[in-house]
Design a protein around this ligand. Structure first.
Ligand SMILES: Cc1cc2nc3c(=O)[nH]c(=O)nc-3n(C[C@H](O)[C@H](O)[C@H](O)COP(=O)(O)OP(=O)(O)OC[C@H]3O[C@@H](n4cnc5c(N)ncnc54)[C@H](O)[C@@H]3O)c2cc1C
Length: 480
């Protein structure tokens, strides 16, 4: 939607294809229905929260930063507010207001929205075929054209052979052609209709929460067109746990805890915050963030999660605190002495793990046993054994390999006038509004780049017509 708006603002005719019956189904469920639409932190913070291919986003973030996004929504009738952690939400707390603002803008700009319309294939042709010339007059800053959710611009006035839009080919990496060898021609819909387009923007998202339309079609389009797709994997996703006692504590949310995740002895991740026990394992903010920070191949292996239930206390301070607590309840059974120390759902589990009989009187607990309890509270162990699936993953890691995409325009380096934006790309970030910021920024850049190329296409068409006219005139003069 944002890409379509950016292209249309440059005067391009834009068609937005959406396979769902309505726009923005995923936006509707973001931020628990409130849509954390961006983060108000400074640039450094935006970049620091990107987990994969941070550098690739440099131009996109500077072309459309968080303030630009906030201004856009404010101007489009969706007032915003900043909450804890610089998270930006609509004042109304309704994600539907974000969708409404985007829809209104699309309407104002005359973008043709085709709902229940699935793009089945992106059609490209080798440069030079059907009268298409590979444009060797490549200039910095020029790009392509209009867009679609599957981002595409259908311009029926474009004749076969009117193409050749200059594009930028910077940062070409090994194995990626300096100049695109093929040209985008349009999109074939699921009903086999062909929509001819000067440019196509693929904004199909990832695999997460498939009911929102994230069917992963963009990965297929990219592969079919010769792009490399880094294996998609669920991220910002809960972990599975091995021990049955985890399920005994389901529903328990631990606040102000610290976690460490280790692979063997290697520390992979540590964080302070909130964790939730579930029937299958662990979730909550610190766990979701861990899943984004740990490589998918590593996250699939057995890892040790150690939870510090009292991170504000040192071992000595905690020992003194336990001694003080036990002093007042000397004759109580151990299982009844933990109330002040631990949440109730942990109380049946802790005696089992530290080997102290629940019936044992507090004044009979040995120093060694108390040490065991202390160690357990400072490093409560859970064995992680993989992550949950895409339908519980907030984002998809992996996607179109970024060194095959021009970071200044979002144009494919393989297919001219083909653009990628959002989650279909191999970029992802932490929670806090950063993933939507990536979608807005890359969408904006893809949209304006497509718009520029469309203008170039029109200019070229006019120039060709002039040349043809002149040649015809000269020809006639010569003949006469
Ligand atoms: C539960 C949940 C909560 C989240 N909360 C937040 C949050 O608060 N803040 C944040 O920053 N991020 C959040 N995210 C992540 C964020 O929503 C995504 O990163 C972002 O929506 C990606 O945008 P996108 O445009 O790339 O893809 P999407 O938003 O997934 O949009 C892709 C669209 O393309 C359509 N489409 C796909 N294939 C085709 C096809 N072949 N033909 C036609 N149409 C097609 C789909 O139907 C869909 O509408 C959340 C994600 C989830 C799942």
């Amino acid at each position: 939607m944002f890409a379509a708006i950016a292209a249309a603002e440059r005067g391009s005719r834009v068609v937005l294809l959406e396979q769902n019956e309505k726009l923005g189904k995923k936006i509707y469920i973001t931020g628990k229905g409130r849509c954390n639409l961006t983060n108000a932190g400074d640039m450094e913070e935006l970049f620091a929260n990107v987990m994969t291919n941070r550098k690739f986003l440099y131009s996109a973030f500077y072309a459309c930063d968080n303030q630009r996004v906030i201004d856009f929504f404010e101007r489009s009738g969706c007032r915003t507010k900043v909450e804890r952690g610089s998270r930006v939400f609509p004042v109304s707390d309704h994600a539907s207001d974000v969708i409404r603002a985007l829809s209104r803008k699309l309407e104002q700009l005359g973008v043709e929205v085709m709902l229940r319309t699935r793009a089945a294939k992106i059609v490209a042709e080798p440069c030079g075929q059907a009268g298409i010339a590979a444009d060797s007059s490549v200039r910095e800053g020029d790009a392509a054209q209009p867009s679609v959710q599957t981002g595409e611009e259908a311009d029926s006035s474009v004749r076969e052979g009117d193409a050749a839009h200059p594009s930028v080919q910077t940062g070409v990496s090994e194995g990626v052609p300096e100049r695109s060898e093929s040209y985008v021609r349009g999109v074939e819909l699921a009903d086999h209709t062909f929509l001819r387009a000067d440019a196509v923007i693929v904004a199909t998202g990832g695999f997460s929460y498939q009911t929102t339309g994230a069917t992963g079609d963009g990965y297929r389009f990219a592969r079919e067109l010769g792009h490399t797709v880094i294996e998609p994997a669920p991220s910002l996703v809960p972990f599975l746990a091995k021990e049955p006692y985890v399920a005994d504590m389901q529903g328990l949310a631990l606040k102000n805890i610290a976690i460490r995740i280790l692979h063997g002895k290697k520390l992979l991740y540590e964080e302070f915050g909130e964790l939730l026990f579930t029937h299958f394992g662990v979730s909550g903010p610190v766990i979701l963030s861990a899943s984004a920070a740990i490589k998918p191949a590593t996250a699939a292996q057995e890892l040790s999660l150690l939870i510090d239930l009292k991170p504000a206390l040192t071992q000595e301070q905690l020992d003194k605190r336990i001694l003080r607590d036990f002093e007042g309840i000397k004759n109580k059974q151990f299982k009844n002495a933990l109330e002040g120390l631990l949440p109730s759902k942990m109380i049946p589990v802790v005696p089992r793990l530290c080997g102290i009989s629940p019936e044992k009187k507090v004044n009979e607990i040995t120093k060694e046993e108390r040490r065991g309890l202390l160690a357990l509270i400072k490093a409560f162990p859970v064995t992680l054994c993989g992550v949950r699936g895409f339908n519980e993953a907030i984002i998809t890691k992996g996607g179109v390999k970024v060194n095959e995409v021009n970071p200044k325009t979002m144009e494919s380096k393989r297919i001219k006038n083909l653009y990628f934006c959002g989650e279909v790309l191999d970029v992802d970030a932490m929670t806090g509004g950063f993933n939507l910021q990536i979608a807005w920024s890359t969408g904006y850049l893809a949209g304006i780049s497509a718009g520029v190329a469309h203008e170039n296409s029109k200019k070229k068409k006019r120039l060709d017509e002039k040349i043809n006219c002149t040649e015809e005139r000269h020809g006639k003069n010569y003949l006469t």
